[in-house]
Design a binder for this molecule. Structure first.
Ligand code: NAI
Length: 340
């Protein structure tokens, strides 16, 4: 079976809902980057996508020309970095994926990217708020814990904020978690469904292994597993030795999340993904955004699931997460207030 058929076999079996929807335009901002290129490729292979719009400050049209030769039905167009190019790219988009920005180098935390990426996400969010205020906005650019609040503040300032349509992409954390658990247990990672909540950096990533049917993983094994899930991105940053962070696994994770949104928009029920959203779960503790399992629907966020039952160890991980997360979110909000 070909790669595309294997990956999207499930999609094709539900072809009736694909054909019932006429237009699914997906825009990618930062499409020529390490994540952007494989993500564009995966979206071109997705039969639910009808139009693919690729924007970058360099080589958007080049990546688009290359991908446009792939013999799937969607049309592909690349856009140059002009205000009208960006506007045209975004107009009519149902989903906007944003992997624009700089990645980490060895020794950097995601927060070290803030100074560069905050203004990139702010400016792209302004363009989205003006050109496609009703689109689903999927933020990949780090630090996600701060860039998602930045996008929210921009949409609020333009009077078009819809918390059901803004998502921080944390899918890679559960993709990694299921792979790492399967390596320990000798299981099929496709069948591992590990709950990861919180945020998307270091100790804000909280794996809930006790909820995954693996209560036999304890002691040092559990500590090592939790640490590997929290800092798995560092393995890639180190191995790439200065040339970037996760790109291929991230593209897969981003494509999976976009596909889930398209399935939900097509009327499929019970589509659940973990994602960092405007969430009521810990607002009483001053944490306005939180990643947990979310049921997706035609209007975006349909239901935000509670974190469920935690053991003592997980509760202490969550406490550490909330303290950091609150600061990360406040940093994003403050940035927009001071640099509108
Ligand atoms: P990259 O440097 O390879 O690509 C970034 C692309 O963004 C470049 O092509 C660049 O030209 C473009 N860009 C920069 N400013 C732009 C602007 N104003 N408008 C449009 N495009 C612009 O970086 P890579 O590896 O693709 O990573 C991108 C971001 O994704 C980084 O911030 C990284 O930390 C983050 N990331 C997020 C993950 C997650 O799980 N959410 C996982 C891995 C990376």
């Amino acid at each position: 079976m070909s790669f595309a058929r294997q990956m999207f076999g499930q999609v094709q079996r539900r072809a009736f809902s694909v054909s019932s929807r006429q237009n699914s335009k997906v825009a990618i901002l930062g499409a020529a980057g390490g994540i952007g290129q494989p993500l564009s490729l995966l979206m071109k292979l997705n039969p639910r996508v009808t139009n693919l719009a690729l924007y970058d400050v360099r080589m958007g049209p080049g990546v688009a020309a290359d991908i446009s030769h792939i013999n799937t039905n969607s049309t592909v167009k690349g856009y140059d970095p002009t205000p009208s190019g960006l506007r045209e790219c975004l107009t009519g988009a149902e989903i906007v994926l944003i992997p624009a920005g700089v990645p980490r180098k060895p020794g950097m935390t995601r927060d070290d990217l803030f100074n560069t990426n905050a203004s990139i996400v702010r400016d792209l969010s302004k363009a989205c708020a003006e050109a496609c205020p009703s689109a689903n906005i999927l933020i990949i650019s780090n630090p996600v814990n701060s860039t998602v609040p930045i996008c929210a503040e921009i949409f609020k300032s333009k009077g078009v904020y819809n918390p059901k349509r803004l998502f921080g992409v944390t899918t890679l954390d559960v993709v990694r978690a299921s792979r790492f658990v399967s390596e320990l247990k000798g299981t099929d990672p496709a069948n591992e469904n590990i709950t990861v909540v919180g945020g998307h950096s270091g100790v804000t990533i909280v794996p809930l292994i006790s909820q995954s049917g693996h209560s036999d993983i304890t002691g040092k094994k559990l500590d090592d597993l939790v640490n590997r899930i929290q800092f798995g991105g560092d393995e890639v940053v180190k191995a790439k030795d200065g040339a970037g962070s996760a790109t291929l696994s991230m593209a897969m994770a981003g494509a999976r999340f976009a596909e889930s949104l398209l399935r939900a928009a097509g009327g499929e029920a019970n589509v659940i993904e973990p994602t960092f959203v405007d969430s009521p779960l810990f607002k009483s503790k001053g944490v306005d955004f939180f990643a947990s399992k979310v049921t997706l629907g035609p209007d975006g966020v349909q239901q935000i699931h509670d974190v469920g039952k935690l053991n003592h160890h997980e509760q202490s991980l969550l406490d550490a997460c909330l303290a950091d997360l609150k600061k990360n979110i406040e940093k994003g909000v403050k940035f927009v207030a001071e640099n509108p």
